[in-house]
Ligand binder design. Sequence first.
Ligand SMILES: *Cc1c(COP(=O)(O)O)cnc(C)c1O
Length: 405
Amino acid sequence: MDLSPEAAKRLDTTDELAAFRDRFVPITDASVIAYLDGNSLGRPLRATAERLQALVAEEWGSRLIRSWEERWLALPEEIGDELGRVALGAAPGQTIVADSTSVCLYKTLRAAVALRPGRDEIVTDTANFPTDRFLVESVAAELGLTLRWIETDPLTGVRPEDVTAATRRRTAAVVLSHVDYRSAAIADLAAITRETHDRGGLVVWDLCHSAGVLPVELDAAGADFAVGCTYKFLNAGPGAPAFLYVNARHHEAFGQPITGWMGAADTFAMAPRYEPAPGIRRALSGTPPVLGMVGVQEGVALLAEAGIDRVRAKAVALGRWVLALADAWLVPLGFTIASPRDDDRRGGHVTLRHPDAERLSRVLIENGVLIDFRRPDGIRIGLSPLTTGFAEVRQAMARVRELAG
Ligand SMILES: *Cc1c(COP(=O)(O)O)cnc(C)c1O
């Protein structure tokens, strides 16, 4: 592969999504050479800044409390439907925007276990994201269930055969991440869902590292539940609310533990007793975080314009570019590749390992290459197709070579 600056420039000029970069707030800090952490915190859209201003001035400032009825109360489902259509392969009425991923995960897992009475095991994997592992442990402790761990090789991610081996008649629910947060390995969502269903269990998918960067086909896979965040590849902003998907076939029996008034059948009836709303709305708990939802709405709208398939194609091309640069420049310096080389198995980032990664990461950040460090020795290079450029990546990799050499 041609790794010259001209080659990088060619990749940028032929990039169909290059113009989307201008839709984001420019980075005015001149010391930043490359932003390769969009998989942790996506960059802000200009439209979000404008919408927030307008919301404060008009919807909130002038329409005041009337805005709840006029616009805000419907937002969790409205934005959820659009997110489902654009990124999750979910028909309307199954996705809502609410809470944080951690809270959505708790609610969903509790509901999943309640749908499988008599079964007393939950399955997850040792490589899962900390919040997932911690919540699975606390739900197991709370309900007196046994937790079965799958030992995952981060490079392959969880494989269907691992799930087959770990699940059985006692399995109530399996909790897994679709894309491994360290290696970016993609799990086979459809096959794992099928395997678990064959044993009578349900699956809760965490889509934090997939939503907005690769097409997810929840309905087609017959998925049960999914949760995920919006502040990574969907660029919704720090702490923006999460999303929660419940397949329509589970709606009627779906009972989650945080039974607040917003998920009740008639919120403003001030009823003496909780009666769940029909449909996905019963997954809500309290008042929707309207300010944060503006960022989700704009992030999803931009993704709709770009198209998830074009975003995925660019994520693959950026991943290949990083791998080629790393093989030529960094592997000779003692780096190893800790992400799948197979394009079909790799999500939206590439992780490199280096014995001195912790110190090197600090030096890189001080030198304007914003990556992140993942214990014990991983340097994660996040590739956010709507904002990341090929020349930007090349410059960053050249800087890594200089500083590690
Ligand atoms: C980022 C991330 C989370 C974050 O959960 P929050 O509740 O938003 O803090 C959860 N799971 C995975 C896999 C993540 O990558």
